[in-house]
Design a binder for this molecule. Structure first.
Ligand code: 13P
Ligand code: SF4
Length: 319
């Protein structure tokens, strides 16, 4: 514990010395989330992380999350220095959508408006008309559908089919998935609900359809935390990365949170209910990158210029 406190103090001192700001996602270690809040940074969902990083005057941002979050920050602010505790922290959705294959898919369907999820590489975003996050994807697709547009969606098939069902839009889906959310099981969730009939079910839309179907609220990490805070219920079943429970418990003290069932448990399944890449962010490597200035995110400037259009469209829509 003493070592942890010393590390946290060192990080606070380094953030000040380097005039850097810490931007963290809700799935990273709770200590990092608290540090981000205590030091004037932010802890939030992907949309808010992007907006905060763009608007904050600091010249150095440290992004505690996964690679696409660091890349989005760099694309929005090419003049800023973006550091990450571990540059190998990726995402199964990003890995499952290589830019060359994606580009061929787009070429084969030139009549469709290309909408990609934030969880993609800079090169995939460069090929897109729109980038969306889970908090606003549904609204943006509904807007495009109302204009009569047909959509090519990538990479998350579960989020894509959820949005398709809700909006009735014509959507051609890339078949990617998140290895964490893909593990949530509808049948087991139904049984758990029966044991806790009073509980409300909070689900991230990267989960399979039979899990989403059982939800009282479907939304981004921020939207799920807000629901936990504002809904009258005192018990919630949560189908998303369990890193979110740190903030949920703090935001809704006295309420009871139960993790939704997965195929395995933490002893048998490395990624069950916790993203292995989010878990690569720790106090030690955060302190180390602040000390050394290493682990900087670079995005090819030309790719960045093409990718920023899709991100700006979302941010303008959200404004
Ligand atoms: P949010 O935008 O909802 O925070 O989701 C990001 C993510 O990677 C979920 O797995
Ligand atoms: Fe990607 Fe899933 Fe990890 Fe989110 S939780 S970063 S979608 S692998």
């Amino acid at each position: 514990a003493a070592e942890k406190t010393a590390l946290k103090e060192r990080i606070k001192r380094l953030l000040k010395e380097r005039k850097a700001v810490l931007v963290a996602h809700y799935y990273v270690d709770g200590d990092l989330q608290d540090l981000a809040e205590e030091t004037g940074g932010c802890v939030s969902d992907s949309l808010e992380m992007a907006r905060f990083g763009r608007d904050h005057p600091a010249k150095t941002l440290v992004v505690a999350g996964v690679r696409f979050m660091g890349e989005t920050a760099k694309i929005l602010s090419p003049e800023k220095r973006i550091l990450m505790p571990d540059l190998d922290a990726t995402c199964s959705l990003d890995l499952g959508c290589p830019a060359d294959e994606f580009s061929a898919f787009c070429d084969a369907h030139p009549d469709r408006t290309v909408v990609v999820y934030a969880n993609t590489s800079a090169a995939v975003k460069a090929r897109a008309d729109w980038m969306v996050t889970s908090s606003i994807g549904l609204d943006i697709v509904a807007h495009l559908h109302a204009q009569g547009k047909k959509i090519l969606w990538a990479p998350d098939k579960h989020l894509g089919s959820y949005i398709q069902k809700q909006t009735g839009a014509d959507m051609l889906l890339w078949q990617g998935s998140c290895l964490v959310h893909d593990e949530f099981k509808g049948i087991e969730l139904d049984l758990l609900k029966a044991e806790h009939p009073e509980a409300k079910v909070l689900v991230h839309p990267e989960s399979p359809a039979n899990v989403v179907d059982l939800a009282d609220v479907v939304g981004s990490t921020t939207q799920l935390i807000n629901a936990a805070q504002t809904m009258g219920a005192t018990t919630f079943i949560v189908a998303t990365d369990n890193g979110i429970l740190h903030k949920m418990r703090a935001a809704a003290p006295g309420k009871h949170f139960i993790e939704a069932p997965t195929a395995g448990n933490s002893a048998t399944c490395k990624s069950c209910a916790h993203c292995p890449w989010m878990a690569m962010n720790g106090l030690q490597n955060l302190a180390d990158v602040l000390e050394s200035g290493s682990n900087e995110i670079h995005v090819d400037p030309q790719v960045g210029k093409e990718a920023v259009r899709a991100i700006d469209r979302m941010l303008d829509f959200a404004a």
